[in-house]
Design a protein around this ligand. Structure first.
Ligand SMILES: Cc1cc2nc3c(=O)[nH]c(=O)nc-3n(C[C@H](O)[C@H](O)[C@H](O)COP(=O)(O)OP(=O)(O)OC[C@H]3O[C@@H](n4cnc5c(N)ncnc54)[C@H](O)[C@@H]3O)c2cc1C
Length: 437
């Protein structure tokens, strides 16, 4: 058990970002509570990915028990790997090995709602972190000495620091930026679905995906990619199809889509894609939101911090959105511990200094993979199949957010408090200066 720091942290939002921040604040000895709008936990969403850099964070919780639980719910591709097909001929152009990673840094891909439930229950029931559900936060405020929130009921709650982990439609962002920053369409949308395999296994064209354990296949075409997985030993299926879309942005995860629109996009594609989509009971149409990096994640008095999607939405092709939210949570918890209760604003600024450039670079990898896939040079792929692989960059996956924050904190703290007495620190030493496309 960590020594209590006497620092009170209020977190808004119980997504993976908010929950990780809460768990890590608890681990580092801070007193923490969460305010969340949803009134009860529901298993919402579909497939979500965590890189080894997220798995490493999970592996530290409850002596590895949480990572183990999550792993049992996730896809196991040790036998099947990831098979990448050309969209029209259906030929497998690359077969990528996909080991699940070591126990202390597993790669995790599973149902968002199921994984979220494990993390939520760990925070609330095992660690005893107060999670106030059904509490919509209407306002944020701060001065030099404290920060706070105003709930819908009018109740005011104060703390040493407030973390706005309130997702892409963040209200905290309005206070931090001083204006409403509307998310923009990325020019793409994703149709997504998750369902049981029963019709899939009954169809001779698709049963191979469900009768031999977990599978992962991707079809890559001009400005479209279609990813299909079977999971839990082939018992469940899920697919996502990313395509061009300039329509109005709706950030809800439950916005219904139309299968006939999906079939239109799949005209001329390998017929197996249609055979898969036909079995889908319902589809979600999710407009992909993107925004240029915010100028800052830190409020005027540096007592309110934006974290996770509130600060930096990711494209799914980075497979890092949730993991980067987790890295944020780890980093702020370390910074608060190292800076101490008398130096909260410096801790918050140090967090941004440590995280900002790395996040920006990781965000870029999502664009790079999407563009590489959507504008594939098939002759190049024929000569070098590896060039179409889904890249897992070591500088992203081998990063240990806790160790890194501990290592660079002293130098960064001096920098943000204006006490630099040496060369500037290499804050993100493991990140390259350019991202491979
Ligand atoms: C319901 C849902 C389903 C999702 N499904 C998927 C999926 O299938 N695949 C995928 O890759 N990603 C999914 N995501 C997004 C993914 O979880 C995030 O991109 C990532 O985990 C980063 O999480 P975050 O904690 O920063 O934000 P989020 O996960 O968006 O969490 C933000 C939380 O803040 C709460 N909140 C927002 N405003 C307020 C307020 N004013 N007061 C109180 N609480 C507030 C929200 O209810 C939410 O729980 C989903 C997100 C949500 C909310």
């Amino acid at each position: 058990m960590a020594t209590p720091t006497g620092i009170k942290v209020v977190i808004v939002g119980a997504g993976f970002g908010g929950l990780t921040a809460a768990i890590e604040c608890h681990r580092q000895g801070h007193t923490v509570e969460i305010y969340e709008n949803f009134p009860e936990l529901k298993t919402l969403g579909d497939i979500i990915s965590f890189g080894a850099n997220g798995g490493r964070i999970y592996a530290r919780w409850s002596n590895g028990a949480i990572a183990k639980k999550l792993r049992s719910l996730c896809i196991d591709l040790s036998d099947y790997g990831f098979r990448i097909h050309k969209y029209d001929t259906g030929e497998v152009v690359h077969h990528q090995r996909s080991p699940p990673g070591p126990e202390d840094a597993p790669i995790l891909n599973g149902h968002r709602g199921e994984l979220h439930e494990v993390v939520f229950n760990f925070a609330r029931d095992e660690l005893g972190i107060p999670v106030h559900l059904g509490q919509f936060v209407e306002e944020y405020f701060e001065d030099e000495n404290q920060a706070g929130i105003v709930l819908k009921s009018g109740e005011r709650v104060t703390a040493d620091i407030v973390i706005g982990a309130d997702g892409v439609r963040s209200k905290a962002r309005e206070l931090v930026l001083g204006y409403v920053d509307k998310p923009k369409s990325s020019g793409y949308a994703v149709w997504r679905a998750w369902f049981s395999n029963k019709d899939m296994i009954a169809d001779p064209r698709t049963k191979e995906f469900c009768e031999n354990g977990d599978t992962f296949n991707g079809w890559i075409g001009p400005d479209v990619h279609f990813l299909f997985s079977t999971i839990k030993g082939g018992q469940d299926c899920c697919w996502v199809l990313t395509h061009k879309d300039e329509h109005d942005i709706d950030e809800s995860w439950s916005f219904p889509g139309k299968l006939e629109d999906v079939f239109k996009v799949l005209e001329g594609w390998d017929p197996i894609c249609k055979a898969i989509v036909e079995k889908t009971p319902s589809v979600v149409d999710w407009k992909l939101v993107y925004r240029d990096p915010l100028p800052t994640w830190v409020s005027k008095h540096a007592r309110i911090l934006l974290l996770g999607d509130a600060a930096h939405p990711f494209l799914p092709t980075s497979a890092q959105g949730a993991t980067q939210a987790m890295e944020d949570g780890v980093t702020i918890a370390v910074c608060l511990k190292r800076a101490g209760k008398d130096n909260i604003p410096a801790a918050v600024k140090a967090h941004q200094e440590i995280r900002y450039d790395r996040v920006k670079l990781v965000q870029k990898t999502g664009e790079a993979t999407r563009d590489r896939w959507h504008k594939t040079d098939w002759e190049k792929v024929a000569k070098d199949p590896e060039s179409i692989s889904f890249r897992r960059e070591d500088w992203i996956h081998e990063h240990d957010a806790e160790k890194h924050a501990e290592e660079v904190f002293d130098v960064v703290f001096k920098k943000v408090t204006g006490k630099v007495d040496g060369p500037e620190p290499a804050v993100a030493p493991s990140a390259p200066t350019a991202v491979a496309v």
